[in-house]
Design a protein around this ligand. Structure first.
Ligand SMILES: [Zn+2]
Length: 181
C-alpha cells in the first residue's frame, strides 16, 4: 500500500475540518447602515446543516478508522457533502434573486454584498470533502485486506452444539461431533 493511496482517505476529513473552521469565519460583507460581516454561524438557520454535514463526515471518519472499516464512508461522505453543496447552490440562486427582508426584497448588489474568505473556504472544504468521497471506493480492497484476520479461518459452527469450529477441524472441539469428511 503506497502513501498516496493510504493518504487519500484523509482528503474528506481534511475538507470537513476546513468547512467546520470556515463556518465561523466571515462569509459575506455587506452594508446595512454600517459595513459589517457575517459568518455561517451568524447567518444561522439552514446554514447549520452545512456544519452538521461536515461534522457528520468527520465523526463518521473517526469512528470508521477506529474500527478499521471504511465501507460506509463513501456513501456517508457523498450524501453529506453532496447535500451541503446542493444547499449552497440553492441558497446562492435564492440570494442572487434578492434577499427577503421585512421591508421588501433587497438585491445583493444594492447592499454591496461580497463573498469573504470564510464563505470561499467553506465551499472549497465541501468540494474537497465531496471529491475525497470518491477515493474511498478505491481504498476498499486495501482496507478490506487489512480487515481479514490472518491464521485459521472460522468455519460454520458445530451442527450439534453450535460451538465455533475452525476450518481445519474434523471433529468439534466441544462435543466431538464429526464436522466434515
Ligand atoms: Zn459440537
Amino acid at each position: 500500500m503506497n502513501n498516496r493511496k493510504s493518504g487519500s482517505i484523509f482528503v474528506s476529513p481534511a475538507g470537513a475540518v476546513v468547512t467546520l473552521i470556515c463556518f465561523f469565519l466571515p462569509w459575506v460583507k455587506f452594508s446595512c447602515a454600517t459595513e459589517r460581516t457575517a459568518s455561517g454561524a451568524e447567518l444561522g438557520g439552514i446554514f447549520w446543516l452545512l456544519f452538521v454535514a461536515a461534522l457528520t463526515v468527520l465523526v463518521a471518519f473517526l469512528i470508521s478508522i477506529n474500527k478499521k472499516d471504511l465501507v460506509h464512508m463513501k456513501i456517508i461522505t457523498l450524501i453529506c457533502s453532496g447535500a451541503a453543496l446542493g444547499l449552497i447552490l440553492f441558497k446562492y440562486v435564492q440570494f442572487s434573486q434578492g434577499i427577503n427582508t421585512g421591508m421588501g426584497t433587497v438585491r445583493p448588489q444594492e447592499i454591496g454584498l461580497t463573498i469573504q474568505f470564510g464563505g470561499v473556504g467553506t465551499l472549497l472544504g465541501l468540494i474537497v470533502m465531496f471529491i475525497g468521497g470518491f477515493f474511498y471506493g478505491r481504498e476498499g480492497p486495501a482496507v478490506a485486506q487489512m480487515a481479514i484476520p490472518l491464521g485459521p479461518q472460522p468455519a460454520a459452527p458445530c451442527s450439534r452444539c453450535g460451538a465455533v469450529a475452525l476450518q481445519e477441524d474434523v471433529y468439534c472441539g466441544n462435543c466431538g461431533q464429526k464436522l466434515r469428511e
